[in-house]
Design a protein around this ligand. Structure first.
Ligand SMILES: C[S@@+](CC[C@H](N)C(=O)[O-])C[C@H]1O[C@@H](n2cnc3c(N)ncnc32)[C@H](O)[C@@H]1O
Length: 253
């Protein structure tokens, strides 16, 4: 399996300004889902350059931003210093083996990363373990419907070899429930997706980008209807989906 750090160490600056990752509207979406409270100790797993952690920071007591890739956290640290954000701590660590004790956090968040995790059940078990009972977790990740997922899976794995799998909404809900969570809200939200920016975030070479665009544009049947690819002023746009899920760890199982 490719090392996820190889995918991210040279592109950190892109994730600090990507429309999906850094725009106010997408960060407000995180806040609406996660519902942070002023006294919370929040954990943002796979924080990358810290976008989600920065959105949570003014709303909580303290945030821990955890990520595997040192260069992404270096960028997060740089931005935190620039914006004078002082209530975020940065930790290098693995979502599948969190370096925290049981029942530590008031809020668990993860966005745009679980599709990299090689063992989703283990990641969910860890989320459940470190969250305090009677508290909530927010999960946001790419989540295309079938059969669009089959087309996007080819594109995703060639765009970024550390892509493992995007779960459908039903797969998310089933797995979270098996991990012990009570799922309070689950929706798959569709976005109008700027293909060129998406490829640019991962610095995909132009020839490969053109080839992968061809996979999306030549999708057939239901996949084509779901993706509805379209050229605007020569640039490809298509549909892209994220699961937005809030889940509750009950006080006892
Ligand atoms: C697209 S970026 C995350 C974006 C960020 N969550 C946000 O909201 O802007 C994906 C991140 O997942 C991290 N990552 C991938 N697998 C990981 C793992 N097992 N544990 C921790 N971080 C991981 C990568 O290092 C990368 O920084």
């Amino acid at each position: 399996m490719p090392d996820v750090r190889d995918s991210f160490r040279n592109v950190a600056a892109n994730y600090a300004k990507s429309t999906f990752h850094a725009s106010t509207i997408r960060l407000q979406e995180v806040l609406d889902l996660a519902r942070p409270k002023p006294g919370d100790l929040a954990l943002d797993v796979a924080t990358g350059t810290g976008n989600t952690a920065f959105a949570l920071a003014p709303r909580v007591r303290r945030v821990v931003g955890l990520d595997l890739t040192r260069e992404m956290l270096n960028e997060a640290r740089r931005i935190a210093a620039e914006r004078q954000i002082v209530n975020v701590d940065w930790v290098i660590g693995d979502a599948l083996h969190l370096p925290f004790q049981d029942d530590t956090f008031d809020l668990y968040a993860v966005r745009a990363a679980p599709h990299h995790f090689v063992d989703v059940d283990q990641f969910m078990a860890e989320a459940y373990r470190v969250l305090k009972p009677n508290h909530d977790a927010a999960f946001i990740d790419c989540s295309p419907p079938l059969p669009a997922r089959d087309v996007l899976h080819d594109v995703e794995t060639r765009r970024d070899p550390s892509h493992v799998l995007s779960l459908t909404l039903d797969e998310w809900v089933g797995k979270l429930q098996r991990a012990g969570f009570q799922v309070d809200r689950a929706e798959a939200r569709e976005l109008d997706w700027n293909y060129e920016e998406w490829m640019g975030n991962m610095a995909v070479a132009p020839a490969l980008s053109a080839e992968l665009a061809g996979l999306i544009e030549s999708a057939e049947g239901d996949a084509h209807a779901q993706l509805h690819p379209e050229r605007r002023e020569g640039k490809l746009w298509h549909a892209y989906w994220h699961a937005l899920i809030r889940a509750h760890k009950p006080s006892s199982r």
